[in-house]
Design a protein around this ligand. Sequence first.
Ligand SMILES: C[S@@+](CC[C@H](N)C(=O)[O-])C[C@H]1O[C@@H](n2cnc3c(N)ncnc32)[C@H](O)[C@@H]1O
Length: 380
Amino acid sequence: MFEGSYIVEERYDLWSLATFKPNKNIPIHRWFYFKEGFSRDLVVMLLQELGVSRGCVVLDPFVGSGTTPLACMEEGFVGVGVDASPLAVFVSLAKTRIYDPVELREALDKCLSTAPQHPALPDGLSPTVRRAFPRRNLEELFNLKEAVDEIEPKGPRIFLKLALMNASVKASYIFRDGSVLRFVKRPVPPLRTIFRRIAQSMIEDVNRVKFKCGPAVILQGDARRLNQIEDESVDAVITSPPYLNKIEYTRVYEVELEIFFGKKVQDLIRSYIGLVGREAPRVIPGLEDLPDSAKLYFSDMREVLEEMWRVLKDGGKAAVVVAGGVYPDRVVESDYILADLARRAGFKVEKIRVVGKRVATSGRVHRIGAARESIVYLAK
Ligand SMILES: C[S@@+](CC[C@H](N)C(=O)[O-])C[C@H]1O[C@@H](n2cnc3c(N)ncnc32)[C@H](O)[C@@H]1O
């Protein structure tokens, strides 16, 4: 099956654009550090390359921290984002609303006027959450969370919830070590001080950024079944699915998911792409020899590509950022496989642009190949 030959272009100079790092200094984009994200500048570049005109509809079915729809609002496109994770949906929603800074300042003052208290901690709090904070910050967190939950209207409430979520991580022992969540006991500042500082700097960002379009549409959903999106209603797709064999990416946000969304990671896992624990994958001809997790990943991605095809208008374009999967005995070439699946779904594969290459070794010495990170360009 995987016989396709494609135009392959090497552009390693674009590597950093495929990471979240450049967003760390950009107003609003920096409101939530999402290691799995790509950069605003990548989206701006792709919008130009895909040739979409202002006002067109651009979908990201794996919206993550909202980079695509937020960049769309800045550049004058209608952004639509979908994600399976309630955390990602919330962050994307909070970053793509249009706020009134006066209203935000009043809401912040109201929250901070609540006296610090020491409420009883909620029943059923997991040991993970208890370990993540010094006791006084954990109590203050539930105190401030209650104050934020009471804020009306919804806009300032969402905004302050995101500010509190960010502040809570800075006032905790949380240390995200790659895809592992660890706790490191160290002196941490009082939550209230950090919350004030973060909320104020986010309000400054709101004053700085002028949108050309918006707000974006953000939906909780499954990229394999985009039920809320009509046939042929989208002009372009810019997206980056979860990477193959990076199954632990949800665990690093375990604390936020429990405190702010009342969700345990294990309850969510079934809805994520490529995560094991679901029914056996449908085997795709030509992929019988892959490890099970790769079979599952690509059978999921086939459904995603079919959905992208359905919702795109005739002549619509897509750019999909993917990375090779590293297994103990091999590297799986996700870009070529995805390109072939896309071709089978009806797309023309315009080119594959390789932006990164990571040498993969087994047991630290034996070189088993190079895992490419690539952008696959598609046209309907
Ligand atoms: C690599 S991240 C996307 C990052 C995004 N480009 C950004 O800049 O923030 C992949 C996202 O896919 C989401 N995801 C996983 N399975 C999904 C599914 N079945 N449907 C929709 N989203 C899913 C994850 O929750 C995660 O937010």
